[in-house]
Design a protein around this ligand. Structure first.
Ligand code: NAD
Length: 302
């Protein structure tokens, strides 16, 4: 947890890797306990359709993390030309399989398959990505639900660092169903008690709105969009964005950049997440936590 003293304020760089490692250990300890007690390890299945490079990488990371948590993991690799009907048949089979606690269908899907149909075909009790409308609706109503991984990861970071949220103004930039909208909803709920403003591409005076935030969450997917003049001194800044930019300084030929112009914003903040190493590592951990909850029937008791 790096604390850097600047002229105006003491700024803490939120270390997503450290938090993820601590939570991963907690999960692994709980799984070891389950197995010692004679129960089987949680089992997560990922369905991957086609050969999209980024999706293969994400699924690879999820497999690795399952191993570290002591989970059983299975990846179902299907060819690009898999029909919607075939994919739905796989989902039906996984819904019925008692050896499978949770499963995800890696998005995006090939264009001939309806993502919405696929999401709605997953049994909400196994929907560890938290994308099914039943889980979204339950989450919105403050009921127990599988919450999608990135918003849940953001909340874990706030909790881990003991960041005060009650009564504070939180501005979220980006209203997607997987990040902006759910995190805005959750932070406005009892227990978090933020006053939330949800901004999007049609928001007027975005700079001024952002500059009024005690907690600013940037989730719009535009590299280095948030500049220092959009940030109140002492604000907490959570940068969700990930954009790959070409770079001649790295071996891979690209570098990852967030939605926040880090170098100029960081000195103004009380807390900030770097990219990479901030929100990113938390997303997979939240998926693991959801899978453990599914294995224990915590959200939907039997
Ligand atoms: P999205 O494209 O679905 O949604 C972007 C949102 O930003 C939209 O609601 C849009 O209205 C808003 N927006 C776009 N331009 C804007 C502007 N100029 N001003 C204000 N609002 C604007 O994106 P997403 O899936 O929510 O992802 C957002 C970013 O977060 C992407 O960079 C993505 O790669 C990243 N992401 C990171 C993680 C992680 O684990 N760290 C997880 C999911 C997404």
């Amino acid at each position: 947890m790096g604390k850097i003293e600047t002229k105006k304020t003491i700024m803490t760089i939120i270390d997503g890797k450290e938090v993820a490692a601590a939570l991963r250990k907690q999960i692994a300890d709980e799984v070891a306990e389950m197995v010692r007690a004679g129960k089987r390890a949680p089992h997560l299945v990922a369905i991957l359709v086609g050969t999209d490079g980024a999706s293969q990488t994400y699924v690879g990371h999820k497999e690795k993390c399952c191993g570290e948590c002591g989970f059983r993991s299975t990846v179902l690799r299907l060819p690009e030309e898999t029909s919607e009907e075939e994919l739905l048949a796989h989902i039906d089979r996984l819904n019925a399989d008692e050896e499978v606690d949770g499963f995800i269908v890696q998005l995006p899907l090939p264009r001939h398959i309806s993502e919405q149909k696929v999401i709605e075909a997953i049994d909400p009790r196994k929907d560890v990505d938290g994308f099914h409308p039943i889980n979204v609706g339950r989450m919105n109503s403050g009921l127990p639900a599988f919450v999608s991984a990135t918003p849940d990861g953001i909340l874990s970071l706030l909790r881990y660092y003991g960041i005060e949220t009650a009564g504070r103004h939180c501005v979220v930039i980006g209203r997607s169903n997987i990040v902006g909208r759910p995190v805005a909803n959750l932070l406005s709920q009892k227990g978090w008690d933020c006053t939330v403003t949800l901004c999007h591409s049609r928001t007027r005076d975005l700079k001024q709105v952002a500059a009024s935030a005690d907690i600013l969450i940037a989730a719009l997917g535009k590299a280095e969009f948030v500049t220092a003049d959009m940030v109140k001194p002492g604000a907490v800044v959570i940068d969700v964005g990930i954009t790959r930019l070409p770079s001649d300084k790295t071996k891979s030929g690209w570098r990852l950049v967030g939605d926040v112009k880090y170098d100029e914003v960081a000195p103004k903040c009380s807390f900030i997440t770097p990219v990479p190493g901030g929100v990113g590592p938390m997303t997979i951990i939240s998926l693991m936590q959801n899978t453990l909850k599914a294995a224990r029937h915590e959200i939907y008791p039997r």
